[in-house]
Ligand binder design. Structure first.
Ligand code: AKG
Length: 267
């Protein structure tokens, strides 16, 4: 039987969401952002998206062609900064990452439009960059994909392999183990860093799929996107404590002082 991605509403009990995500390795949460919020994010990123090149495909490339990709979103979109610390994200981040760290932080931020003709991205695990351990690893990463447009099986809805967060490294997914995330705009797809996934092929004539990926990592691991160089320090100083922590401008402090600094230097 084809596996499925569990779905719940943003008002669901956080422990129940945690259990669904732990079991399947992926979860769609509906009703996370209003249309007005989506419109704001799109307006903030519109110029960058327009400038992003949509290259011809190179099958060897990890990133498929015919896509737009813009990073450094915490600098470029004040509205995404708010969504970075959405209450459901905080609840799931605490439950999945806090057992393995004192603080958790943003790892990658990218806006991704998948255009007609784009191929399937190669299946991968977010945690594969931490190559010194072999899967299955302890939870290192929690990933999220904000649907800025409807995601369908045809327009590039993210491919996922439910249950693969428990697999050994050499197990390869068969086509019937791969499902595509279908969700209305305003939903968020969450998946664990060990779950096999990839962008989906877009076989439509003219329907661009627009998603924003935010991944989070343990506070004592290096962030994949260097957040310290992706946002001006002046912006960081005026942020709330929780945002600063999520951006990694904090100590992963649990009596050991990892990432210590003297705050007076910033003033
Ligand atoms: O676009 C997607 O749905 C997934 C993107 C992804 O996994 C990646 O860019 O590494």
């Amino acid at each position: 039987m084809k596996p499925t991605i569990p779905v719940c509403d943003s008002g669901e009990n956080p422990d129940a969401m945690h259990d669904l995500l732990s079991e399947a390795g992926c979860l769609v949460v509906t009703g996370m952002a209003e249309q007005t919020t989506i419109d704001l994010v799109k307006a903030e990123l519109a110029d960058y998206m327009q400038e992003a090149e949509s290259e011809e495909d190179d099958p060897e490339n990890f990133y498929p062609g015919k896509t737009h990709r813009v990073v450094a979103l915490m600098h470029r979109s004040p509205t995404m900064r708010e969504l970075m610390t959405h209450p459901v994200v905080e609840q799931l981040g605490d439950r999945h990452l806090l057992p393995n760290c004192a603080k958790w932080q943003l790892n990658v931020s990218a806006a991704l439009e998948i255009g007609p003709g784009a191929r399937d991205q190669i299946l991968h695990r977010e945690e594969d960059l931490y190559q010194y351990w072999s899967p299955p690893r302890p939870n290192l990463i929690l990933a999220s994909m904000w649907a800025m447009s409807d995601f369908t099986a045809d327009n590039g809805g993210t491919q996922l392999v439910p249950g693969s967060h428990r697999w050994e490294a050499d197990r390869v997914a068969t086509p019937d183990e791969v499902v595509r995330a279908e969700m209305p705009a305003g939903s968020v797809l969450f998946w664990l860093g060990g779950t096999l996934h990839g962008g989906g092929a877009n076989v439509t004539e003219d329907d661009w799929r627009y998603g924003i990926i935010l991944t989070y990592v343990l506070g004592w691991l290096r962030q994949e996107e260097n957040q310290h160089l992706s946002i001006p320090l002046l912006d960081v100083i005026s942020m709330s404590d929780v945002m600063r922590t999520r951006l990694g401008f904090d100590m992963d402090y649990d009596g050991d002082g990892l990432g210590f600094y003297d705050p007076t230097v910033l003033l």
